[in-house]
Write a protein that binds this ligand. Structure first.
Ligand SMILES: NC(=O)c1ccc[n+]([C@@H]2O[C@H](COP(=O)([O-])OP(=O)(O)OC[C@H]3O[C@@H](n4cnc5c(N)ncnc54)[C@H](O)[C@@H]3O)[C@@H](O)[C@H]2O)c1
Length: 260
């Protein structure tokens, strides 16, 4: 038996990691944990001032390099340019946390085509634009890497009592996109996985009424909402070299919601 260096198991030392939607909620917390594990972080978000503030905090807390870019994941050109900026400034990235997303509660028959398209543009097209631009960049530089898509338990269940067809459909698409990208990019040494959270208390869910959040809690076996910190280790594992044989997987972190 060989002696194992336990501390190195989930190390992200000197990995360069892009986090989309990193200005708030899950992305912001995951960026914090990843920096704590040794990574240099690039925050991509539409809210540029908040993204700058997060990058500034990370530099202050850990002394690693960090940067923020105003990047809308629905704009393929912006996505490509932003990734190039990261490559020039921090170096060619190792990991993409493909996490930007928006919610929407609306009955299917009341949804306008514009509303349908908007949710799918951010949650589904955005994931594709980011993942493929990231993979092209890595392949051009002969580098291997890891893509972690934020899915949702809504990819496999229909949430109740709220109605959210566009969100659920977009997330189901993200999970099968994860499987497909994992197969198509395996030859290039790029792993593609997903983390699917249950109900997590973030800016996204904070805007919903307390009565609705209470209903979600009552339907969750652990009888609480998750917090972004509950998800961090799943992202760290998938980003780390310990996950070298893990691709096409979907780690569900939902307090047991989807098993009953
Ligand atoms: N909160 C939950 O209960 C929950 C559950 C399952 C999945 N998720 C998923 O987790 C991810 C993060 O959600 P959150 O709860 O942290 O939400 P959040 O609203 O706190 O954060 C989302 C971030 O994405 C950014 N963003 C939105 N549109 C963008 C765009 N076009 N380009 C770039 N950035 C954009 C926002 O500015 C924001 O900073 C989303 O994909 C969401 O669907 C959340």
């Amino acid at each position: 038996m060989e002696k194992i260096n336990g501390e190195a198991l989930f190390s992200l030392k000197d990995k360069i990691i892009v986090v989309t939607g990193g200005a708030s909620g899950i992305g912001r917390t995951v960026a914090n944990y990843m920096a704590a594990m040794g990574a240099h972080i690039a925050i991509f978000d539409v809210t540029a001032d908040k993204a700058e503030a997060v990058a500034g905090e990370l530099v202050e807390l850990y002394g690693h390099r960090a940067m923020a870019l105003a990047c809308d994941v629905t704009k393929p050109e912006q996505v490509e340019q932003s990734l190039e900026r990261v490559a020039e400034t921090l170096g060619v990235p190792d990991v993409l946390v493909n996490n930007a997303g928006i919610g929407q509660h609306k009955f299917c028959l009341d949804l306008t085509p514009e509303e349908w398209l908007r949710v799918n543009d951010v949650n589904y097209n955005g994931i594709f634009y980011m993942a493929t631009a990231f993979a092209r960049l890595l392949i051009r530089h002969g580098k291997q890497g890891s893509i972690i898509n934020t899915g949702s338990m809504s990819a496999g269940i229909v949430n109740v009592p709220q109605q959210q067809i566009a969100y659920n459909s977009s997330k189901a698409g993200v999970i099968h996109m994860t499987h497909t990208l994992a197969v198509e990019l395996a030859d290039y040494g790029i792993r593609v996985n997903a983390v699917s959270p249950g109900y997590i208390f973030t800016e996204m869910t904070a805007k919903r009424p307390q009565s609705l959040r209470d209903e979600w809690i009552s339907r969750t076996p652990q009888k609480r909402l998750g917090v972004p910190d509950d998800l961090a280790a799943a992202y760290i594992y998938l980003a780390s070299d310990s996950a070298r044989y893990t691709t096409g997987s979907n780690i569900v972190v939902d307090g047991g919601y989807t098993i009953i």
